[in-house]
Design a protein around this ligand. Structure first.
Ligand code: GLY
Length: 562
């Protein structure tokens, strides 16, 4: 496709599809809908649906486009999870989380016996073997209908011919300039001769375009073998990184059974480990099902307290039990998501007093707020909930010279080292220690909700560990409080993760009276900026109408549908 043809296609789509209106009205569409953190990428995905593709086709095209237009977290050098539910009811998931390369050990973040934060999070060693290309290809091969090449090609064109830098991206790239200066290929790709891009300028990424073209032509071999693999290995070798061509060739995505729970007559379909999200969301919903949240009232102190206590408990279990199931074979999934266990946890909650998190149990390493989510529903009501990530914003900030894509720093999601749990935020519990070929624990929580056997909701968000709680709150907003998709996304959010023992609430999300009442109950409450960026689609079952909720907490997002 020529640049002119592609740009006119996008322009036509922008006119023909709906765009977000002010207020809390969701975008409505019947044929299909894509919601993501990049308006351009959503349009690319919706065009696939319009031309007869299904939700998987659209999700693959959107994800590749995001790798160009949303470099903060859209990626081919990272990993993620895709939960898929067919309109007819069958559900499955694809795990394309990064893996530790050969040479990884539980002690790999220690230097002279001491934990080294930069080695863990800001080095070539923090890069995990990327999974995105393998995962998208696996999902497409099993469930897609359109030619693979057609789904990657729009991303090739966007990278080759460029796209207009938005105000949000210009600000973000400018803020990252010093980081990019550490790596010449990153600086070359994301600045104009060392100067920040201005809004309205065209960002072209020719090396990325060539890599995407190889992926379009050769499938995963265009990434995991040949020139791309050579370039990645060269960058690793020159800078003390571990990943080799052999690690890349050996990478396999995994198809996994979804985890399922119920909440007030709805079915919750979530991602299994190595995500902690599916289990976490279901554990919390099981606890909360025993309370009448609706009668208590939206935003009531009672509800805020009960939701916080549910979060506290689910996060304690996260650290204690969950890791890569290919290595940690004794994760008690069935118990953690059972109604009985929810009841057991509920009984430990005082209605009037905050519990205390014990510092001798678990705490977590620093985790980034970055990652990105997309939700897709097609005409047959097949649904995709896909969250993928580079870990930090722009991942390791390392662009592979000559290959033009950013590498993740996902190895930072492994625990710091054996026994290194401390109050300052390190964790050293066994399930999530680095090992060769292991996937690091994740909080990404792509989730699908059904009612009476029919699709009701697709939800997910970026935000590190806050993801699990953001997803929980979007579900409560729809099921308990009857909000539409946009209201559910707009509503205030909060986060508790067991330790540190602190409830973080969005500034302006809740009243000062409520926060003071929570403090009086013993909660340590702090106010924070925006939590997550949820991308939600709700199917209004009565009218068979899709309603999209796009999160204004981040710039540039878009819902495309008709
Ligand atoms: N890197 C964020 C997550 O996987 O939870």
């Amino acid at each position: 496709m020529t640049r002119r043809a592609f740009l006119s296609l996008i322009a036509a789509l922008l006119l023909s599809s709906l765009t977000l209106q002010a207020g809390s009205a969701p975008i409505r569409a019947r044929t299909g809908m894509v919601v993501s953190q990049s308006d351009i990428a959503s349009q690319v995905g919706f065009q696939v649906i319009k031309s007869g593709g299904n939700a998987i086709d659209a999700a693959v095209a959107t994800a590749f486009a995001l790798a160009v237009t949303h470099p903060t977290a859209g990626n081919i050098g990272g990993g993620g999870f895709l939960v898929y539910r067919e309109g007819t009811g069958a559900a499955t998931s694809y795990d394309f989380r990064e893996k530790a390369p050969a040479g990884a050990t539980p002690e790999m973040w220690l230097k002279d016996g001491k934990y080294d934060f930069d080695l863990h999070h800001n080095s070539h060693r923090s890069v995990g073997v990327p999974g995105t290309v393998a995962g998208l290809h696996m999902a497409w091969k099993e469930k897609g209908t359109k030619p693979w090449k057609d789904l990657v090609q729009p991303a090739v064109v966007l990278a080759r011919d460029g796209f207009e830098v938005s105000h949000g991206l210009a600000r973000s790239l400018s803020g990252m300039l010093d980081e990019f200066k550490r790596y010449p290929a990153s600086l070359a790709q994301f600045s104009r001769n060392g100067q920040p891009y201005q809004a309205g300028e065209l960002l072209k990424q020719p090396d990325l375009a060539r890599t995407l073209q190889r992926i379009a032509d050769q499938g995963p071999a265009g990434f995991y073998e040949g020139e791309t693999a050579d370039l990645l290995e060269k960058e690793m070798k020159a800078n003390g990184g571990l990943i080799t061509r052999a690690d890349l060739k050996a990478y396999q995505a995994r198809k996994r059974d979804v985890v399922r729970g119920t909440y007030r007559g709805h079915e919750i379909i979530g991602m299994a480990p190595p995500s902690s999200g599916g289990i976490g969301v279901i554990t919390m919903l099981n606890i909360l099902e025993g309370y009448d949240l609706k009668a208590n009232g939206y935003g009531s102190v009672k509800n805020l307290h009960l939701i916080t206590e549910s979060m506290r408990r689910a996060f304690a279990d996260r650290a204690q039990y969950i890791g890569d199931p290919d290595f940690v074979t004794n994760i008690p999934v069935d118990r953690l998501i059972s109604k009985e266990y929810g009841e057991t946890l509920r009984k430990t909650i005082s209605p009037t007093k905050a519990s205390k998190s014990s510092p001798t149990t678990f705490t977590w390493p620093t985790e980034s707020q970055e990652t990105t989510h997309l939700s897709v529903v097609d005409a047959q009501r097949n649904a995709v909930s896909l969250t993928y990530t580079l870990e930090y914003g722009y991942g390791s900030r390392i662009v592979v010279p000559g290959a033009g894509f950013l590498l993740n720093n996902e190895m930072g999601d492994f625990n710091a080292g054996p026994g290194l749990t401390n109050e300052q935020g390190l964790v050293g519990t066994p399930p999530n220690l680095a090992q060769v070929g292991k996937r690091m624990l994740s909080s990404m929580s792509p989730t699908i909700v059904t009612k009476d056997g029919k699709l009701l909701m697709v939800t997910g968000s970026p935000g590190g560990r806050t993801i699990i709680n953001t997803v929980l709150m979007t579900i409560l907003n729809v099921i308990d409080f009857g909000m539409n998709a946009q209201e559910a996304v707009d509503a205030g959010r909060m986060h508790h993760q067991w330790l540190p023992d602190r409830l973080s609430v969005e500034r302006f999300g809740f009243s000062a009276d409520s926060l003071n009442a929570l403090r009086a109950m013993g909660h340590t409450v702090s106010e924070a900026g925006g939590q997550g960026v949820a991308e939600v689609i709700v199917l209004n079952q009565k009218d068979d109408m899709l309603e999209g909720g796009m999160d204004r907490r981040a710039p540039d997002g878009g819902a495309a549908g008709k």
